[in-house]
Design a protein around this ligand. Sequence first.
Ligand SMILES: Cc1cc2nc3c(=O)[nH]c(=O)nc-3n(C[C@H](O)[C@H](O)[C@H](O)COP(=O)(O)OP(=O)(O)OC[C@H]3O[C@@H](n4cnc5c(N)ncnc54)[C@H](O)[C@@H]3O)c2cc1C
Length: 448
Amino acid sequence: MTITDTGRRRPRIVVVGTGFAGFHCLRTLQRRLPDAELVAVNPADYMLYVPLLPEVAGGTLEPRRVAVPLRTELRGTRTVLGHVTGIDLTRKCVTAVDVEGRRRDIEWDRLVIASGSVTRLLSIPGVAEHAKGFKTIAESIYLRDHVLRQIDLAELASNLRERTERTTFVVVGAGYTGTELAAQGKELTRQAKRDARWVLLDMADRVLPNLSPRLSGPAKRVLEKRGVEVRLGQSVSEVTDTCVRLTDGTEIPTRTVVWCVGVRPDPLVEPLELPTTQGRLNTDEFLTVPSHPDVFAAGDVAAVPDLTRPGEITPMTAQHAQRQGRVAGINVAASLGAGERKRYKHKDLGFVVDLAGTQAVADPLHVPLRGWPAKVVTRGYHLAAMPANRLRVAFDWIADLLTRRQVVHFGLVPAEGVSLADADRARGQDNEHEKTGGQARWSSSATR
Ligand SMILES: Cc1cc2nc3c(=O)[nH]c(=O)nc-3n(C[C@H](O)[C@H](O)[C@H](O)COP(=O)(O)OP(=O)(O)OC[C@H]3O[C@@H](n4cnc5c(N)ncnc54)[C@H](O)[C@@H]3O)c2cc1C
């Protein structure tokens, strides 16, 4: 099928998820296949720039800054607000449940699966019930408000134990997410002029265990200088509503445990029974799912061969997801006759870790930096990588340098709204209460 043949129907490309991979895939497709029908299924009308979530939790950035609007940035794409709950490879159709619970089947000529990952829960007692996740805007707004509320309520505590619980915040997982969050959280409570204990825990023997060891030492020193307690080589054995117990028997009184131990691929792909690696859907170097030439996958959900490290797959990072999205777009277009296929090959350019205030660590092109130089590189990198909102983000950063932070809590996100209990299950299935007569079908003929 070629899209320039006017007598023929427009090919429909369905993209599941508009995160880093899905968004950049759609952007590429808009340019390369202006006549194709592009449909995105995503629960929100924005692409979330996840790496800046710790700054939202810390109060440096307003939540809307990290939400890239699909409406203006993907004008040529129709967005179905909802979740894909099933993929039928034989009928070439996905089932989506929209945000009001209505179900619709959407047929496709090409499918791109870019649904990312979910928080990884370990079977540790109390984690699902009492810990909080940190992967969404709701979770970061909740956390910021919750921290401020706890330190206010601590003033009214009837005994020392309650006061200690309310002013102690435990972050589990010292990867980039947990490390940045602990740094931002400590800065938030400092700006609120309250004494709070922040503890960062990890089983590993260094912070940032998945990044270059040259970043770990400086990052730990910054955290400790700020007063963050870094406990390494320790894990959690239980979480209750008033404490966390560690594997060495220590009990830390706290009402706030944030679970940053990592993610696992979106379980949406599990029922497909296609070959996976570590739960990620296998693709070839063209991001095509083997034996399904019409199906592509990219980002955290995909196991993409890393051509720069033969035998390995690419790590789950925004850097890879964004570039894989672009290559998936190029290859989808090529499969429909526009342009040439391209292999996915990208060598890591290094990593940036913002440690709040004037501190950061980074290794651009694997040159280790710390302090101001790292901060400039970190902020410059984010501004360059963000598809939109750059000016607003830059203004927030400048305002944060020049003025006092607005430490107020609105309490708009209820605790139930950020429950971890079903965080690692396929999304959208619980609210799939099909409405009678509400089922819609997007067949090819309906849109011709
Ligand atoms: C707090 C935090 C900080 C991070 N910081 C960094 C960093 O500094 N640098 C870095 O490289 N990486 C970072 N990462 C990792 C990075 O964000 C991910 O690797 C990247 O977002 C993966 O992109 P993706 O497109 O695969 O998935 P995502 O960006 O997660 O997008 C997936 C999209 O699919 C949607 N979706 C999911 N299921 C469905 C469904 N069933 N139907 C429809 N839509 C669905 C989701 O709502 C989402 O919009 C961070 C991650 C977190 C959580």
